[in-house]
Design a protein around this ligand. Structure first.
Ligand code: NAG
Ligand code: NAG
Ligand code: NAG
Ligand code: NAG
Ligand code: NAG
Ligand code: NAG
Ligand code: NAG
Ligand code: NAG
Ligand code: NAG
Ligand code: NAG
Ligand code: CU
Length: 575
C-alpha cells in the first residue's frame, strides 16, 4: 500500500527532493505511512589502509564502514545492492530489523535467500518499524570481517518524546581487524590441522585503527602517517550533552569502551529504552548496540582518549583509540596522557553485573507473558567431528543446506535439509560443564526447530568448558526476526526447577536482539513465535558461526506471503 502511494508521488517528489537527494544520496519519497528511502549500493573491493596497513577491503561505494542509513520509524527502506565483487557472492543482513512481513529481506544467506551472485542486483525492501540504533553487515561466510559493515539509525516519530534529553547525536561503530583476508581465515578454520584466526591486529573505532608499522618496516605496505588511519575525532562543545550510539560488529572480540574523564549514562540497548545507569566502562559484545549520554563538562583545554580494549580473551591487540576534542582545541595532536588500558580481561564479575543492570525503562516496559509454552535448553560446546574442530548446540554442529530454509519450507521441499527435529535439551543432570568432555565427538546436522505459531518460547543458553582445560568463552547470541525478553543470567548450570522462579526478571526485563552468554554461565530469554518465516539464531562471533554455532527456528511458514523470485537464484525456478 505505502509503496503504491509512493509511486504515484514519485515524479513530483523527485523534483522537490532533488537537493536532499544530492546531499544524502538517498531518494526520499513521502507516502501515507512513512517515507520511502532508496539507496543504490555498489559492493566492491578496494585497497585501504584503515589501520595504516594496506589491505583489500570490501567497500560500499568505496567506503568501509559503509554509509549510515538514517530513517524514521515507519519508513520503508529500499536498498539496491550491486555485487561488484567479481569472484564472490554476498548478502546483507539488517541487524535488529525484525522484517515483519518481509522475511525474504533478512539477508541471511542459506536461511532466507540465495546469495547475490557477482554482477547481480538485489533489492532489499523492508519497513523500519521501531526507533533505535541498528546495524547492517554481510551475512555470507565471514565477509563482514573484511569491512562490509555499517549502522542504521531510526529516529522517533514526530511528537514522540524520548525518556532522556541530549543536544547532539553521534555514531560510533567498533570493529576488530585482521591483516589476513577473510578467505585465508576461513580456510584455516575449516582445515585439519585447524588454524585459528588469532587475536586481531587492530581494533577500529569508526573504521580507523592504528597498527604499529615499525613491526612491518615496509613503507609501501604500512605507513603510520597515512591519512586513511588518522584517528576518529569526536568534537564536542563545552556543556553540551551527546548521545553516542555505540555499536559493535567485531568478528571475534568482546570489548570494553570508555572515554577518559567522562562517565556515560546507558539509555538504550538494541532499540529499547533502558532504566538509565552510569558506567565508566561499557562492555559491549558483537551484535549489540547501546546509546550512552555524555556531558562535555571536563576541562576543555585537555584532549581525552576514547578507547576500546579486548576483554574475555587474553588480549594481544593494542588499545583501539579515537580522540574527544573540545571545540576550541586544534586538531592534530593527541591527548598527553597514556591511553586507558581497560579493565582486567579475565574479570567476569563486572561484566555480569552490567548485564544484570540492563532493565527496561519504567515508562517503556513491555511485559512478557507470565508463562511459556515450551522451554528449549541449548548447551554450547566445542567439539570434534572427524578430527575437525567445531562448535555444537546440544551436541549438533550446524551445517547450512544448499536451498535456503525459507524457500524449502514454504514450498514443502522435504529433501533440502534434515527433517528430524533438532534436540530441545541435553542431559543436564550428568553433564559436567566445568570439564573437557571425555568424548569430544559431536554430530552435524541441518535440522531445525519448528515452533507453534504465536506460542511463547523460553530459551536457556548453557555454557560449558571448551576443549581446553579451565576455559569457557563468551558467546553473544543474536536472533533474527525477533526481539526477546532477557529473563536472567546465572553462573553454573541452569536448574529448570528453581532458576526461572528465583533468578529471573519477569517484571521489567529489557528486550534485545543480542545477548551475551558468559563463561560457565547461563542466559535465559523468552520470545513469542509470531513472525512467520525461518530465522537464524546464532553466536555473533564469525569464526564460531562458521564452525557450526547456530540454530534455525521456523514459525508460521504457511502464513508467509509469496516469495520474491529474486531470492531463488540458487534453485531452479518453478514459477
Ligand atoms: C553508489 O554507487 C551507485 C552505483 O555506482 C550509484 O548509483 C549511487 O548513486 C551511489 N550512491 C551514493 C550515495 O554515492
Ligand atoms: C612500535 O614497535 C616498535 C618496534 O617493536 C617499538 O620500538 C615501538 O615502541 C612501538 N611503538 C608503539 C607506539 O607502540
Ligand atoms: C610518511 O612517513 C614516511 C616514512 O614512514 C616518510 O617517508 C614520508 O615522507 C612521510 N610522509 C609525510 C607526508 O609525512
Ligand atoms: C564517574 O562516576 C564515578 C562513580 O560514580 C565517580 O566516582 C567519578 O567521580 C565520576 N567521574 C566523573 C568525571 O564524573
Ligand atoms: C587474569 O589474567 C592475568 C594475566 O593477564 C593473570 O595474572 C591472573 O592470574 C588472571 N586472573 C584470574 C582470576 O584468572
Ligand atoms: C571420535 O571420532 C574419531 C573419528 O573422528 C574416532 O577415532 C574416535 O574413536 C571417536 N571417539 C570416541 C570416544 O568415540
Ligand atoms: C505445503 O503444505 C501445506 C500444508 O500441508 C499446504 O497448505 C500448502 O499448500 C503446501 N504448499 C505447497 C507449495 O505445496
Ligand atoms: C555426541 O555425539 C557423539 C557422536 O554421535 C557421541 O559419541 C557423543 O556421546 C555425544 N555426546 C553427548 C554429550 O551427547
Ligand atoms: C496470538 O496470541 C495472542 C495471545 O494469546 C492472541 O491475542 C492473538 O490473537 C494471537 N494472534 C494470532 C495471529 O493468532
Ligand atoms: C583448573 O581449575 C581447577 C579448580 O577449578 C584447578 O584445581 C586446576 O588446577 C586447574 N587446572 C589448570 C590446568 O589450570
Ligand atoms: Cu561463540
Amino acid at each position: 500500500m505505502s509503496l503504491k502511494v509512493g509511486k504515484q508521488l514519485k515524479s513530483l517528489e523527485t523534483v522537490l527532493l532533488l537537493g536532499f537527494f544530492i546531499i544524502t544520496g538517498a531518494l526520499s519519497v513521502l507516502s501515507a505511512q512513512g517515507r520511502t528511502r532508496r539507496y543504490v549500493w555498489k559492493v566492491e573491493k578496494r585497497y585501504k589502509s584503515v589501520d595504516c596497513f594496506k589491505k583489500l577491503v570490501i567497500t560500499i561505494n568505496g567506503s568501509a564502514p559503509g554509509p549510515t542509513i538514517y530513517a524514521r520509524e515507519g519508513d520503508t527502506v529500499i536498498v539496491e545492492v550491486i555485487n561488484g565483487l567479481i569472484t564472490e557472492n554476498t548478502a546483507i543482513h539488517w541487524h535488529g530489523i525484525r522484517q515483519i512481513g518481509t522475511p525474504w529481506s533478512d539477508g541471511a544467506e542459506a536461511v532466507t535467500q540465495c546469495p547475490i551472485l557477482p554482477g547481480e542486483h538485489f533489492f532489499y525492501n523492508f519497513v523500519v518499524d521501531r526507533a533505535g540504533t541498528f546495524m547492517y553487515h554481510a551475512h555470507y561466510g565471514m565477509q563482514s570481517s573484511d569491512g562490509l559493515v555499517g549502522m542504521i539509525i531510526v529516529s522517533v516519530k514526530p511528537g514522540f518524546v524520548e525518556p532522556f534529553k541530549y543536544d547532539h547525536d553521534r555514531n560510533i561503530l567498533l570493529t576488530d581487524w585482521w591483516h589476513k583476508s577473510k578467505s585465508e581465515q576461513t580456510t584455516g578454520l575449516l582445515s585439519k590441522p585447524f588454524t585459528w584466526v588469532g587475536e586481531p591486529q587492530s581494533l577500529l573505532i569508526q573504521g580507523r585503527g592504528r597498527y604499529n608499522c615499525s613491526l612491518i618496516n615496509d613503507d609501501t605496505l604500512c605507513r603510520n602517517n597515512n591519512t586513511d588511519c588518522s584517528p576518529y575525532v569526536l568534537k564536542v562543545d563545552p556543556g553540551k550533552t551527546y548521545r553516542l550510539r555505540v555499536g559493535s560488529l567485531t568478528s571475534l572480540s568482546a570489548l570494553n569502551f570508555e572515554i577518559e574523564g567522562h562517565n556515560m549514562t546507558v539509555v538504550e540497548a538494541d532499540g529499547h529504552y533502558v532504566a538509565p545507569f552510569l558506567v565508566s566502562n561499557l562492555y559491549i559484545y558483537s551484535g549489540e548496540t547501546y546509546s550512552v549520554l555524555i556531558t562535555a563538562n571536563q576541562d576543555p583545554s585537555n584532549k581525552y582518549w576514547i578507547a576500546t580494549n579486548v576483554v574475555s580473551r587474553p588480549p594481544n591487540t593494542d588499545t583501539g583509540l579515537a580522540i574527544l576534542n573540545y571545540r576550541q582545541q586544534s586538531s592534530g595532536s593527541s591527548p598527553s596522557t597514556n591511553p586507558p588500558i581497560g579493565p582486567l580481561w579475565n574479570d567476569t564479575a563486572p561484566r555480569i553485573r552490567q548485564s544484570l543492570k540492563i532493565k527496561a525503562h519504567r515508562d517503556h516496559i513491555i511485559s512478557p507473558p507470565k508463562t511459556s509454552d515450551q522451554t528449549i535448553i541449548l548447551l554450547n560446546t566445542q567439539n570434534k567431528i572427524d578430527g575437525y574442530i567445531k562448535w555444537s548446540i546440544n551436541n549438533v554442529s550446524y551445517t547450512l543446506p544448499q536451498i535456503p530454509y525459507l524457500i524449502s519450507l514454504k514450498k514443502n521441499v522435504t529433501d533440502a535439509f534434515d527433517q528430524s527435529p533438532a534436540p530441545v535439551s541435553y542431559d543436564y543432570q550428568s553433564y559436567d560443564i566445568y570439564s573437557v568432555q571425555t568424548n569430544p565427538n559431536a554430530t552435524s546436522s541441518s535440522s531445525i526447530y519448528r515452533l507453534e505459531f504465536n506460542s511463547t518460547v523460553d530459551i536457556i543458553l548453557q555454557n560449558g568448558n571448551t576443549l581446553n582445560p579451565n576455559n569457557s568463552e563468551t558467546h553473544p547470541w543474536h536472533f533474527h526476526g525477533h526481539d526477546f525478553w532477557v529473563l536472567g543470567y546465572g553462573t553454573g548450570k541452569y536448574d529448570p526447577k528453581t532458576d526461572l522462579e528465583k533468578n529471573s526478571n519477569l517484571v521489567d526485563p529489557i528486550m534485545k536482539n543480542t545477548v551475551p552468554l558468559h563463561p560457565y554461565g547461563w542466559t535465559a530469554i523468552r520470545f513469542i513465535a509470531d513472525n512467520p518465516g525461518a530465522w537464524f539464531f546464532h553466536c555473533h562471533i564469525d569464526p564460531h558461526l562458521l564452525m557450526g554455532m547456530s540454530v534455525v527456528f521456523e514459525q508460521g511458514i504457511h502464513r508467509v506471503g509469496k516469495l520474491p523470485s529474486s531470492i531463488m537464484s540458487c534453485v531452479p525456478r518453478s514459477d
